[in-house]
Design a protein around this ligand. Structure first.
Ligand code: SF4
Ligand code: SF4
Length: 303
């Protein structure tokens, strides 16, 4: 069903924001990442704009202008991306969440997530944001991806502790290890780096999921310490997620490959977090079994 009321509300909201709240628009656009894939969905919300061409290009657009003749800098914030998703499209922009946005998302029942990683996480970032919007729209997600960074560098320079104190996530997902080449030369020190990273990331009570490297010559899974950790319920084998992921070289997936990797990664990560509630399922089952047993015993005793 097409949500015309939602699409109309979005049009009015953007019109008013641009005229009444230019400070908000500027702040929000500073958080915007990605580029327009020219799907044209935003130009057809509520009514098809007469200036949209058959090729989805705006026929009234002035080259070099940051906005179309309609004046709209679509998308202004996450609500616009959600409006395109509700209309069956996928806007290729995404937003780095602000801590304020994360706070308000938490208040409507979502989990807060902080993702930490290197260039592979950076490549997967748009797909991860799209997947959250489609499946976990109430969750707040902040992704920090630094190309070339190792676990040691994240621990020393990334100030993971400050990020955790600012965002107060429920879950931290660290996708690290590809740039850890050479760390196995000092196993004890490497163990300490991993332990310190986890301690800093969990200091406000967040659960830390550690996803080992996905590929490449520096694969951390070659290291005994990492292989040892793989039995841990919060360590996930990155290499095991690479099946069917199209690669553009030894280390990085293709754009389609990042989509496949995101599917595999989120299925495991979301599964682990939901699994952790398994105990609460067992309790009602046990109580149910006891009550059923008691009822059967009573029926037998008293006929
Ligand atoms: S004026 Fe151009 S950019 Fe604006 S809605 Fe119409 S087609 Fe899209
Ligand atoms: S919905 Fe997003 S990606 Fe599609 S045309 Fe509009 S701004 Fe571009």
């Amino acid at each position: 069903m097409i949500e015309y009321d939602r699409q109309l509300e979005g049009k009015v909201r953007r019109f008013l924001l641009q005229r009444q709240r230019p400070d908000y628009v500027e702040e929000s656009l500073a958080r915007r990442r990605g580029d327009c894939c020219r799907c044209g969905v935003c130009c057809r919300l509520f009514y098809p704009c007469p200036l949209i061409g058959d090729d989805n290009l705006c026929t009234g657009y002035e080259p070099g202008s940051p906005v179309g003749p309609c004046g709209c800098q679509y998308p202004i914030d996450e609500r616009d991306i959600a409006d395109v998703a509700a209309a069956g499209g996928h806007c290729s922009y995404w937003f780095v969440p602000s801590s304020t946005a994360l706070g308000s998302l938490r208040s409507i029942g979502g989990r807060r997530w902080v993702w930490i990683g290197d260039s592979i996480l950076e490549g997967a970032t748009p797909s991860i944001h799209r997947a959250y919007l489609a499946s976990h729209p109430r969750d707040g997600v902040a992704i920090f991806a630094m190309s070339g960074w190792s676990t040691r560098r994240w621990q020393r320079e990334g100030d993971i502790g400050a990020k955790v104190r600012e965002y107060r996530p429920d879950v931290v997902v660290a996708c690290l290890g590809t740039n850890d080449e050479g760390e196995e030369r000092n196993r004890t020190e490497y163990e300490r780096v991993i332990d310190r990273f986890k301690a800093d990331a969990s200091q406000t009570g967040a659960r830390v999921l550690w996803v080992t490297s996905f590929s490449g010559p520096g694969s951390a899974e070659r290291y005994a310490i990492v292989r040892g950790l793989l039995g841990d319920r919060d360590t996930i084998s990155g290499l095991a997620l690479m099946s069917g992921v199209a690669m553009s070289g030894e280390i990085h997936p293709t754009i389609a490959g990042y989509g496949t990797l995101t599917e595999h990664l989120l299925r495991v990560v979301w599964g682990r977090v939901v699994e952790s509630k398994g105990g609460s399922v067992l309790v009602p089952l046990a109580v149910g079994a006891i009550l059923t047993g008691a009822a059967l015993w009573a029926a037998k005793e008293w006929g």
